[in-house]
Design a protein around this ligand. Structure first.
Ligand SMILES: C[S@@+](CC[C@H](N)C(=O)[O-])C[C@H]1O[C@@H](n2cnc3c(N)ncnc32)[C@H](O)[C@@H]1O
Ligand code: SF4
Length: 381
């Protein structure tokens, strides 16, 4: 995850670089339930409104939670399917909060209602992300349920009314790239604090529909707009958060943007980005699916590292006998193709290995989603 606004702030108000702190354990994205009331075109969990047998029971979830705490996992992102369809979502959330985790909820927003908003507010989630994949019909087509945009936006408003920190999550594809400017306006009009732009990753229906991935030029235009918007708003005193996911090349593209605009700050930003270090799958990001299978990140559902019903997460995560985990944890990673020759490998860390593997069957091949030109991966600074 590339925290654009953090680096944008560094352009305007540089701060001294301190030694990097290595997190003790990864952020865990936890798909508690696979059932969902929507069937989005790009969904990596291939969710639907049906029961998926064999899911972790609430008691099993609590046992895993204790192990995660002992292992020093700092953050739980409760996801699905639609996590608000889990019958015990509030008990699970309360327990996680009481244990001192930073707890975020990843929701499609349609199940946030007048009936449950007080309970949601009382949980005191640190953050709720609601997916908006376009305006009105674009969103409804993408998420394949008519009226889902209005319901999701109602969910956002209910959160805003309760002063809950809520953000928009948008997955960019050919289907909805045209709505990106309008979504930024919606963010502004509604005073929403955070925007997360996710690039398409090739898992589940996202892999089946990968022909709809945004063309490189669309992605570049979207990133340019995001950079300019983030910068303009920050300068105007509106310190909103902009984050991107599933394309660590964004950081390199930003470095080129920053170098053109603020040549005197280029080396500072470069040093900051190198300290961040790019893709963190299998290292600082982990995934547990609804059945208890552990994956290097959420898009590796076709690749199991082990199951928490049989072995504690802490053991599975530290076991590097698995070749994918060994390579992901290696520094530098054993990258091939264009990624191996890229001058900015220590910023991007080889980007998204799932896309490489889904298109070539080779974990370490170049990421076909890298939209940087040949000139942009050569030394410039
Ligand atoms: C799987 S959903 C679960 C939470 C909730 N149902 C929702 O839609 O927000 C979590 C997030 O992953 C995003 N997502 C799903 N499939 C994706 C893919 N193939 N590539 C990138 N993001 C994806 C969704 O848009 C959503 O923002
Ligand atoms: S992306 Fe979210 S809302 Fe859409 S089908 Fe998947 S789990 Fe459901």
């Amino acid at each position: 995850m590339f925290r654009l606004s953090q680096y944008m702030r560094e352009l305007l108000h540089p701060t001294p670089i301190k030694p990097a702190r290595k997190p003790a354990a990864p952020v865990v994205i936890w798909n508690l339930i696979r059932r969902c009331n929507l069937t989005c075109k790009h969904c990596y969990t291939t969710s639907a409104d049906i029961d998926f047998p064999g899911e972790l029971t609430t008691q099993e979830i609590y046992t895993v939670m204790d192990d995660l705490k002992a292992f020093k996992v700092p953050v739980l992102i409760l996801s699905g399917g639609e996590p608000l369809l889990h019958p015990d979502i509030f008990s699970i959330s309360r327990r996680a909060k009481a244990m001192g985790f930073y707890v975020a909820l990843s929701s499609n927003g349609t199940k946030i209602s007048r009936d449950n908003i007080d309970e949601i507010a009382a949980i005191n989630y640190q953050y709720i992300g609601v997916s908006l994949d376009g305006i009105k019909d674009t969103h409804d087509r993408f998420r394949r349920v008519k009226g889902s945009f209005d319901e999701a936006l109602r969910g956002v408003h209910l959160c805003l009314d309760k002063d809950i920190k809520v953000g928009i999550r948008f997955t960019l594809t050919q289907d909805n790239a045209g709505d990106f400017p309008a979504l930024l306006r919606l963010m502004d009009d509604n005073n929403i604090d955070k925007f997360y732009l996710s690039h398409l990753n090739y898992g589940g229906r996202g892999n089946k529909n990968r022909k709809d991935d945004a063309h490189f030029e669309m992605t570049r235009q979207a990133m340019d707009l995001m950079f300019e918007t983030c910068y303009d708003w920050l300068k105007a005193g509106q310190d909103r958060e902009f984050v991107t996911g599933n394309n660590d090349a964004d950081a390199v593209y930003f470095l080129h943007w920053a170098t053109r605009k603020f040549p005197d700050k280029a080396s500072h930003i470069k040093a900051r980005l190198e300290q961040w270090g790019g893709n963190a799958s299998g290292v600082n990001v982990a995934n547990i699916d609804n059945l208890g299978n552990v994956h290097p990140d959420t898009f590796w559902w076709h690749y199991d590292l082990g199951n928490v019903k049989k072995r504690p997460f802490s053991e599975i995560w530290t076991d590097t006998s698995d070749p994918l985990m060994a390579g992901l944890k290696q520094n530098p990673r054993p990258l091939q193709g264009r990624c191996a020759t890229c001058h900015y490998q220590n910023i991007c860390n080889g980007n998204t290995r799932v896309r490489a593997e889904q298109t070539t069957k080779n974990f370490w091949a170049e990421d076909p989603g890298c939209y940087l030109t040949c000139a942009e991966i050569e030394p410039a600074l």
